[in-house]
Design a protein around this ligand. Sequence first.
Ligand SMILES: O=C(O)C(=O)C[C@]1(C(=O)O)C=C[C@@H](O)C=C1
Length: 303
Amino acid sequence: MARIAYFGPEGTFTEQAARSLTGAGDELVPFETIQLALAAVRKGETEGACVPVENSVEGVVPATLDGLAEQEPLIAFAEALLPVHFSVLTRPGTTEIRTIASHPHALAQVRLWVEANLPGAKPVATSSTAAAAVAVQAGEFDAAVTAPVAVQHYPLEVRATEVADVRDARTRFLLVRRPHGPLPEPTGADRTSIVAAAANRTGALAELLTELAGRGINLTRLDARPARTYGEYRFFIDFEGHVAEPRIGDVLAALRRRCRDVRFLGSHPRADGVRATIEPSAGNADFVDAADWVAAVRRGEQA
Ligand SMILES: O=C(O)C(=O)C[C@]1(C(=O)O)C=C[C@@H](O)C=C1
């Protein structure tokens, strides 16, 4: 049985993701913020932490990216992809909705719906969707935009379901742990994540990307976040493949040479099961064959 921290309180999308990534015997422990969930696993209070990383409408979750780039390293060893649509909850009997609360990512995904259906309602940011339900229950706000499961945890009334400005929105979540023990086995449908600090000079980012492109490695995400000094950035790069593969090991070694700093954030199976695209002459067998040939040349056996 493992203790797993998650971005709570109870009834968040993240709790759902954590349940899908853990076993029945595991204990899920809610934390009010992403930072606190990551701190729990760093301190060894829990064996893992489940946090949201990116949404198909609103993009990355900054607290997760910054939290993984800074302090002691953590490694993602599994991911979940959840469909995202919302319920709107109020205290029973509420007649007028003047304030509508939720996580900023959730508010951004229902802005048009709120304008059309609750004109004049003021959006208010809370730490999570479930925290909005708690605040509505406490009488702080009139309505909460929540995950559909939230109503099972809080005694609120469902005013609308399936609320979403963009159909088929999805959020991806990571299960992270401290870097100890073996990585998940490669499956052929894996994702590798790094955060890199490129040198501050012309073409530095293009050179990093050329290392990946030259080995036929397909990117799945590229984001820049400030590196806490004005004008300096970190690049979060996700790509197809697993560090156990020769082609991925080869590109990581090249990035390590080129970057001021590079941190490995994990290699794990993709939740959508999409298999890596392998370009002609960039498969693992091609890398192994090329390395064998160089070794033979060095031994003086082949020219
Ligand atoms: O507040 C929650 O329920 C969360 O799990 C966070 C979160 C996010 O960070 O994007 C997760 C999915 C939705 O996109 C809205 C909020």
